[in-house]
Design a protein around this ligand. Structure first.
Ligand SMILES: Nc1ncnc2c1ncn2[C@@H]1O[C@H](COP(=O)(O)OP(=O)(O)OP(=O)(O)O)[C@@H](O)[C@H]1O
Length: 553
C-alpha cells in the first residue's frame, strides 16, 4: 500500500512536465483532457491506499504498545520485594504510563508515515537523476550536512528527554506521596513545605523541557535552511541549462517539483526524528525496567508441593538488608499441628523471618525447609500456596470487601466466603456496612478501621485454608474485644496445620504451644509463656508488667 500511495504521489510532477512541454507548448487538447482525468484517478487511488495503509500500520503500532504495556505489568509482578523497597512508586508508575504514552505518540505520528515517506523520497530521487543527473548530484551534496544537523540536535533532544522523563517520574512520586500521606502532611501543617518542594522539582522539569524545546525548535529551520541552499543552486544552474537548451522548461519545473516532493518527507523525517529521539529515551527506560531480573525466582527443576506432612525447619539462617545484619544463625523447627508464637523487641527481625519464609528474599546463608525440602527447590507459586498470611503492612486492596476475601481462593463458593468471614469475626461488621460485602473498601482500605482491615485479611487467609498460617502482628490494630475474637479464631484452627503468630502482646501468644523469643537476630529462648516468664530475663523485660496484665484479664 505504501508503494501504491507513494507511486501516485510521485507521478504528479511528471504530469506537470507533460502539461508544460506537450500540452501548453504543443497545444495538445486531447492530452490535456487525459491528464485532467488522470489527476482525479491519481488522487482517488492515493486516498484509498493512504487509508488502508494508515489503518493497518495503526493496528500494528497500537498492538505493539498494548503488548508492551501488558508485558511491563506482568513483569512488575515478577519483581522481588527488594525492587519495591528500592524504587519509588512514582518512578515505576511513570515508566508504565508516561514512557508508554511517548512510545504511543511515536507510533501514532511517526511510524504511520515512515514507509510512505521513504518510498516518496526514493522515488523522487530516481526521477531527479532521470531528468538531469548533474543537477541531482548538486541536490544530494547537501545530504551529509542535513545528516550532521539531525545527528547533533537529535542527541541533544534525546539526552534532555531522558532527564525529563526521570524528573517527570520524581513529580509522579511527589504526587503519590502527597495523596497517600495527606493526613500526615495536613496534620503537621507541612503543605507549604511540600508545595515548595514540588514547585522546585517542577521548575527543574520546566528548564529541561525548555532545553529540549530549543533543540527541537532549531531542527526544522536548520534543515530547511540547508535544503534552500540546494534549491537556490538548482534554480541558478537549472535555469541556465534551460536557456542553453539542455533541459526543457517542463523538465526544470518537474525537477523542482521532485525536489520539493523529496524535501517534504525529509522535513517530516526531521519532525519525526524529534519524536523518535524522545521515544528512544523512553524505550531505553522501558527496556531497562524489563531487563531487571527478579532476585527471587524459580530454580531449575523446582517442584510442586501441595501439602505439608511433617513440618517446617529454619536452619542457621543469616540475613542482612544492604549489609545490615538482621538475622544471625537463626534456628527454628515447627511441626505440623504446632502453634508457635514469635515475639521480640521492635526491629528484632520477626517480619524479616516471615519475608524469608514467603521467599520475598532469600537468606544469605542457611536455609528453610518444608518437609525436609529446601524451599528454594519448591516452585515459588507452590510455596506461597502452602502459606496463608496476614501481613502487618499489606491488609486490603482496592475493591469490595467480597473481592478482598475472595482473593484467598478465587473460585470459592459464597458459602465458603461467609464461613471464612465468620471464623475471622468479620461477618457481623461487614453486614452492618452500608452495602454489606459489596461495600467498596476505598483505595488501600482507607474507609475501614485498622481492626476491620485486619479481620478481612484474616478472613482471606482462612478462605485460602493453607497448611501453614502466619499472622504477622495481625492483632496490633485491634481493640481488646476484637483481639479476643482473633485469639479464639486462632485457637479454633485445627491441628492439621502449622500456625505461626508474630505478636507484640503477651495475650496473643500465652495460649500457644510454644513461644520463641527473637532477640538480636537469633533465638534467645524458647518455651511456654510460664516457662519463659520464670526463666528468661529478656522475656520478662519485653512483657514488663505482665503479671499486672495477667491479673486484669
Ligand atoms: N526493606 C528493608 N530494607 C532495609 N532494612 C530493613 C528493611 N526492612 C526491615 N529492615 C530493618 O531490619 C530490621 C528488622 O526489621 P523487621 O521488620 O523484621 O523487625 P520486626 O521485629 O518485625 O519489627 P516490628 O516488631 O517493629 O515490626 C530493622 O532494623 C529494620 O529497620
Amino acid at each position: 500500500m505504501a508503494i501504491v500511495g507513494a507511486s501516485f504521489s510521485i507521478v504528479l510532477p511528471w504530469l506537470v512536465k507533460d502539461i508544460i512541454d506537450k500540452v501548453l507548448l504543443e497545444r495538445n487538447i486531447r492530452l490535456l483532457m487525459l491528464i485532467s482525468f488522470g489527476v482525479v484517478i491519481i488522487f482517488f487511488v492515493k486516498g484509498v491506499a493512504s487509508y488502508v495503509q494508515n489503518y493497518w500500520i495503526s493496528i500494528a503500532g497500537f498492538r505493539t504498545i498494548t503488548r508492551l504495556r501488558s508485558e511491563l505489568y506482568a513483569h512488575l509482578h515478577n519483581l522481588s520485594a527488594s525492587f519495591f523497597h528500592e524504587n519509588p512508586t512514582g518512578e515505576v508508575i511513570s515508566r508504565m504510563t508516561n514512557d508508554i504514552s511517548i512510545l504511543q505518540n511515536f507510533f501514532a505520528n511517526v511510524f504511520l508515515n515512515i514507509f510512505m515517506d521513504i518510498m516518496i523520497f526514493l522515488g523522487s530521487m530516481v526521477f531527479l537523476f532521470f531528468i538531469h543527473w548533474k543537477l541531482a548530484l548538486f541536490s544530494v551534496a547537501v545530504f551529509p550536512l542535513v545528516g550532521l544537523c539531525i545527528d547533533y540536535l537529535g542527541r541533544k533532544i534525546r539526552g534532555a528527554s531522558h532527564l525529563l522523563q526521570k524528573k517527570t517520574a520524581t513529580l509522579t512520586s511527589l504526587i503519590e506521596r502527597a495523596v497517600t500521606g495527606m493526613k500526615i502532611i495536613q496534620s503537621y501543617v507541612s503543605s507549604p513545605y511540600e508545595v515548595q518542594r514540588f514547585e522546585a522539582e517542577n521548575e527543574v522539569n520546566f528548564r529541561l523541557a525548555m532545553k529540549q524545546a530549543r533543540a527541537k525548535a532549531l531542527l526544522t529551520p536548520l534543515v530547511e535552511l540547508v535544503a534552500s541552499c540546494a534549491l537556490t543552486a538548482v534554480i541558478w544552474f537549472g535555469g541556465r541549462e534551460v536557456i542553453q537548451g539542455n533541459l526543457t522548461p517542463g523538465g526544470l519545473v518537474a525537477f523542482l517539483g521532485y525536489l520539493v516532493t523529496a524535501a517534504s518527507p525529509l522535513s517530516s523525517f526531521s519532525r519525526g526524528f524529534q519524536i523518535l529521539q524522545q521515544s528512544l529515551a523512553s524505550a531505553e527506560r522501558i527496556f531497562e525496567f524489563l531487563d531487571i531480573p527478579p532476585q527471587v525466582k524459580d530454580e531449575e527443576g523446582s517442584i510442586e508441593k501441595k501439602e505439608v506432612t511433617r513440618g517446617l525447619r529454619i536452619r542457621d539462617v543469616s540475613f542482612s538488608y544492604q549489609g545490615e545484619k538482621v538475622l544471625k544463625n537463626f534456628n527454628l523447627e515447627v511441626k505440623v499441628g504446632e502453634k508457635v508464637g514469635i515475639v521480640g523487641p521492635s526491629g528484632a527481625g520477626k517480619s524479616t523471618l516471615i519475608n524469608l519464609l514467603l521467599r520475598f528474599y532469600d537468606p544469605d546463608s542457611g536455609n528453610i525447609e518444608i518437609d525436609g525440602i529446601d524451599i528454594r527447590k519448591i516452585k515459588l507459586s507452590s510455596l506461597r500456596n502452602l502459606i496463608g498470611v496476614v501481613l502487618q503492612d499489606a491488609l486490603v486492596l482496592g475493591g469490595t470487601v467480597w473481592e478482598n476475601i475472595l482473593y484467598g481462593k478465587l473460585d470459592a463458593q459464597p458459602a465458603e466466603i461467609f464461613e471464612a468471614s465468620k471464623k475471622a469475626r468479620a461477618h457481623d461488621f461487614v453486614m452492618a456496612l452500608e452495602k454489606g460485602y459489596d461495600t467498596n473498601v476505598g483505595d488501600a482500605g482507607c474507609r475501614l478501621s485498622g481492626g476491620q482491615k485486619q479481620r478481612i485479611a484474616i478472613a482471606r487467609a482462612f478462605l485460602k485454608d493453607p497448611p501453614i498460617l502466619v499472622f504477622d502482628e495481625a492483632t496490633s490494630n485491634l481493640d481488646p474485644e476484637s483481639e479476643r475474637y482473633i485469639r479464639e479464631a486462632i485457637s479454633e484452627i485445627d491441628r492439621s496445620k502449622i500456625v505461626i503468630v508474630v505478636a507484640h502482646s503477651p495475650a496473643m501468644v500465652k495460649d500457644l504451644d510454644r513461644i520463641v523469643l527473637l532477640w538480636d537476630g537469633t533465638v534467645r529462648a524458647e518455651g511456654s509463656h510460664e516457662e519463659l516468664l520464670s526463666s528468661c530475663e529478656e522475656y520478662r523485660r519485653l512483657f514488663g508488667g505482665v503479671r499486672e496484665w495477667q491479673k486484669s484479664v
